[in-house]
Write a protein that binds this ligand. Structure first.
Ligand code: FAD
Ligand code: NAD
Length: 479
């Protein structure tokens, strides 16, 4: 007889494993199918995020930041460290150790919560039946009252720069270089291009970023993206070429030759390695039988409503395979929402309050609407900006580049958005995520006591500036 579960989750990335754990916590008999294995055939949980995404990239960002700081940032403090050297295998070993500790932790969490972890591949059939093919085994049928699809995303490959796994690589390959490329090309000035380009630039590579769009970081508040462009090109050593489209690549004698159109002019570059990071696409190939009742939208994502319900009752989809930003925290919270809705709760997700972070130096982080969006919508607003150069804490840390910017509704005073480039932007923006979730006004923030000296004072002062009475910077003249 087919195994039966209240919930079967397909995929154990942040969307899937969190959904499975929450379902089990709510008393639902839950199975989670994951096909990822290590090179010894052992099941691996955590998906893109833990294995080849958020975690390994942040491990290398942190290591490379320390190296850069040791070689460029100590003299100002009156410290000299003598000769600083770099051990790439040790850096990679640390990264792998963090990944294996965390992925092993997920296996433990699934077990501790009573989730049945199934190693193999899942496919949705008609009537919410799931075909489970264990690694190296024959397909079995599982019956499920509910199914959660969480199969994630994979890198987009473009015809002029096909991945060869050696010289032309995707983000996974870029996390595994065994030495620092002398000259590194990056196609795409998006989140991955900037983060991984920064890693190798800090370790000494000459990095050229080729971006098709004429504007830098289109999704970011323009004041912040302009500042970022200035800082990344002048201080972080990234040579960013906008309005540039790759037309072809060839690998000759271990070098990657790239041709690209710079406006109308054809140009050439030669690199030791090329990272192609032009976006990711949802993984749905082979996942859905023709009569599964689940449909894809016009962009190939699984079609869902605001509650992650697909077109088939009892089948849900979360994370990178559905609309919205491809972010681990978005995937996790969708997983929680779906688990709670299956158990009869009315949980919702506020898609307007999902923070985004780019882990460059300085970091970029934002939540809510940006200035160009408010202008386009005709929303009356005022902006308050506090530059870190006026922050005592930032000065003490010799980390004064960037700003906090808060946008408030001119009539209701509600905070509409917060945009930060600067030290600890990822953690600072979370304060505004909480404030916005509670419907805070700029005045609410103005009346809160912030510890001194702290970078958080930048948030306080930006709110005060939006109200026109900042204390530690001159205020805009009233119109
Ligand atoms: P995934 O994490 O992709 O997991 C899907 C899982 O499903 C995989 O384990 C896969 O093996 C499994 N699977 C697929 N098909 C099947 C099947 N048929 N049967 C069984 N199992 C299957 N996001 C952030 O928020 N912050 C960051 O700092 C960040 N950094 C990133 C850095 C890089 C280099 C990359 C590539 C991504 C980064 N992301 C980051 C994005 C983040 O990794 C994804 O948004 C997140 O992993 C999506 O979670 P998910 O559960 O939807 O999918
Ligand atoms: P992205 O969408 O962030 O950036 C891709 C960039 O490539 C864009 O600027 C695009 O204009 C450019 N591009 C597209 N085609 C091109 C071409 N032919 N030539 C030159 N440029 C081209 O995608 P990504 O950087 O690959 O990241 C994928 C996803 O992973 C993102 O959605 C992101 O949310 C997620 N991610 C998040 C984090 C984080 O949260 N810190 C880190 C890494 C990845």
């Amino acid at each position: 007889m087919a195994q039966q579960f209240d919930v079967v989750v397909i995929g154990a990335g942040p969307g899937g494993y969190v959904a499975a754990i929450r379902c089990a916590q709510l008393g639902l008999k839950t199975a989670c199918i994951e096909k990822w294995q290590d090179d010894k055939g052992k099941p691996v949980y955590g998906g893109t995020c833990l294995n080849v995404g958020c975690i390994p990239s942040k491990a290398l960002l942190d290591s490379s930041h320390r190296y850069h700081d040791a070689t460029h940032g100590l003299a100002v403090h009156g410290i000299s460290a003598g000769e600083v050297s770099m051990d790439i295998p040790a850096m990679m070993g640390r990264k792998r150790q963090i990944v294996s500790q965390l992925t092993g932790g997920i296996a433990g969490l699934l077990k501790a919560n009573g989730v049945t972890a199934l190693s193999g591949s899942g496919r949705l059939l008609a009537g919410r039946k799931v075909e489970f093919t264990p690694q190296g085994g024959a397909p079995e049928l599982i019956e499920a009252a509910n199914v959660i699809l969480a199969t994630g995303s994979s890198p987009i490959e473009i015809p002029p720069a096909r991945f060869d796994g050696d010289r032309i690589v995707d983000s996974t390959g870029a996390l595994e270089f065994s030495e620092v490329p002398k000259r590194l090309g990056v196609v795409g000035a998006g989140v991955i291009g900037l983060e991984l380009g920064s890693v190798w630039a800090r370790l000494g590579a000459e990095v050229v970023v080729i971006e098709a769009l004429p504007e830098f970081l289109m999704m970011v508040d323009q004041q912040v993206s302009k500042e970022a462009y200035k800082l990344f090109t002048k201080q972080q050593g990234l040579d960013i070429r906008l309005n540039a489209r790759v037309t072809g690549t060839s690998v000759v004698d271990g070098r990657v030759n790239v041709t690209y159109l710079d406006g109308d002019a054809e140009k050439q570059e030669s690199f030791d390695r090329l990272i192609v990071a032009v976006g990711r696409r949802p993984v749905t190939k082979g996942l859905l039988a023709a009569d599964s009742g689940v449909n894809l939208d016009e962009r190939g994502f699984v079609h869902v409503n605001d509650f992650c319900q697909t077109d088939m009752p009892g089948v849900f989809a979360v994370g990178d395979i559905v609309r919205g930003p491809m972010l681990a925290h978005k995937a996790m919270e969708e997983g929680v929402m779906v688990a709670e809705r299956i158990s009869g709760r009315k949980t919702q997700l506020n898609y307007d309050c999902i923070p985004s972070i780019i882990y460059t130096h300085p970091e970029i982080a934002w939540v809510g609407a940006n200035e160009q969006q408010l202008k386009a919508a005709g929303t009356p607003y005022t902006a308050g900006v506090f530059p870190f150069v006026a922050s005592g804490r930032a000065m003490a840390a010799n980390d004064t580049a960037g700003m906090v910017k808060i946008l408030r509704h001119e009539e209701t005073d509600r905070i509409l958005g917060c945009h930060i480039i600067g030290p600890s932007a990822a953690d600072l923006v979370q304060q505004m995520v909480i404030a916005m979730e509670f419907g805070a006004t700029a005045e609410d923030i103005a009346l809160i006591v912030f510890g001194h000296p702290s970078l958080s004072e930048g948030v306080h002062e930006a709110a005060l500036a939006a109200l026109g009475h900042a204390i530690h910077i001159p205020n805009r003249k009233k119109k």
